[in-house]
Design a protein around this ligand. Structure first.
Ligand code: ASP
Ligand code: MG
Length: 400
């Protein structure tokens, strides 16, 4: 007998029909003799609608009250789903995040899980019940309700699988696995059988929407085997785990991120402490700097370009402008019309020529590269946004 944690996202539980479908998947796993713990998201767009409702009342509500409101979405799902399963004749119990023992820090709307006290949950399992847990929520030490950040129920599910030493954590979603590229943009994209934690983490961070990146970090830390699969098709999905055979694939996937902006500081002093001053200033305001490129120095002057998430661009420019004199910046260039295109794959560590192939594909498509950055298992470039879909298609064709 195995212990399985199943997680169903918002689109998989959006209405009664879909809840019925999910109830069937859950009870089938139970009938096969497994212990089953289920984590669910709020139905469909519920979380967005709750945020909208709050805005109509107060433009700037406290994060504590936002959490009280947002946690309701998942609570609706657990009760409805449990009622359905009851009706099918199975023993079942719904638990809110706090009843399931999720203890978090007090960082409202983006709380981190500190520990999970699974005593209650285990006793429910011992009574042979299917346990349905509300994802995305917990309580802090003062018992204030907290939520884990958008997309956080993936993390709830993986954390629970780790605490319970589950045999498998199945993430059911509206896509049927992890693809070599976004199948909506790249016609020839194929589903991967397996991917390693590190590769998945890079892909999740670089813009693939399948998994919350904190859930992948947690899966890696506690060695939780994950499977990403569709709740609508009865097919195997993609397994995420530590060691993965490369199957002669040089890379695992191609992604693009259109939500990035490039900022260039032109003709700044060529002083050793300079980059430190600029980036510590931006860091103080919580701005996440990604790619950084420094030009060759010319007569004691140099240029520095970097990228920030698009929603940080205005703030970054404002801070730099306010400090323009002190930082001796002659000119500032800003562009939101750029994209970051990346390839990810552990295979590039051992196979030479991956970078050459990547650049060749961009060259053949006549795409100009503005910036380049590499790590052990990824290469990213900044290009014009208008070229980004062409770029991922050309790169995908070159590798797959
Ligand atoms: N309902 C939350 C959200 O929409 C959490 C989740 O679905 O993972 O972000
Ligand atoms: Mg999600």
């Amino acid at each position: 007998m195995s212990l399985i944690v199943q997680k169903f996202g918002g689109s998989s539980v959006a209405n009664v029909e879909k809840l019925k479908n999910v109830a069937k998947i859950i009870t089938n796993a139970k009938k096969e003799g497994n212990d089953v713990v289920v984590v669910v998201s709020a139905q469909g767009d519920t979380t967005d609608e709750l945020i909208e409702k709050a805005k109509q009342i107060n433009e700037n509500p406290s994060k504590r009250e936002m959490d009280v409101l947002l946690s309701v979405g998942e609570q609706i799902t657990i009760s409805l789903l449990s009622m359905l399963i009851e009706k099918m004749g199975f023993l079942v119990v719904s638990l809110t995040g706090w009843q399931a023992g999720f203890k978090t820090n007090s960082e409202h709307t983006n709380a981190k899980i500190i520990k999970i006290d699974t005593t209650r949950l285990k006793s429910e399992l011992e009574m042979n019940k299917i346990v349905i847990v509300a994802g995305f929520q917990g309580v802090d030490r003062q018992l204030n309700i907290t939520t884990l950040g958008r997309g956080g129920s993936d993390t709830s599910a993986v954390a629970l699988a780790a605490s319970l030493h589950a045999d498998l954590c199945k993430i059911y979603t509206d896509v049927d696995g992890v693809y070599t590229a976004d199948p909506n943009l790249v016609k020839n994209a194929v589903k991967l059988k397996e991917i390693s934690y590190d590769e998945m983490l890079e892909l999740a961070t670089l813009g693939a929407q399948v998994l919350h990146n904190r859930s992948v970090e947690m899966a890696k830390r506690y060695n939780v085997n994950l499977e990403v699969l569709s709740s609508f098709k009865n097919e195997k999905g993609t397994i995420v785990r530590e060691d993965v055979k490369m199957e002669k694939l040089l890379i695992r996937g191609v992604t693009k991120d259109d939500y990035t902006a490039r900022i260039s500081l032109i003709n700044v002093p060529n002083e050793t402490s300079y980059v430190y001053h600029v980036f510590s200033l931006l860091g103080k305001y919580g701005i996440n700097v990604d790619l950084i490129v420094q030009s060759y120095e010319n007569q004691n002057k140099k240029d520095i370009s970097f990228t920030v998430p698009l929603n940080n661009m205005e703030l970054a420019v404002k801070i730099i402008n306010e400090n323009k004199e002190r930082l001796k910046i002659q000119d500032l260039e800003v562009s939101s019309e750029v994209s970051k295109v990346s390839i990810v794959g552990a295979g590039m560590q051992v196979n030479p020529g991956v970078a050459a192939k990547f650049f060749e594909a961009l060259y053949n498509a006549n795409i100009k590269i503005h910036m380049i950055s590499t790590s052990e298992i990824k290469i990213s470039v900044i290009i014009d946004k208008k070229d980004s879909t062409l770029a991922i298609n050309s790169i995908h064709d070159a590798f797959f």
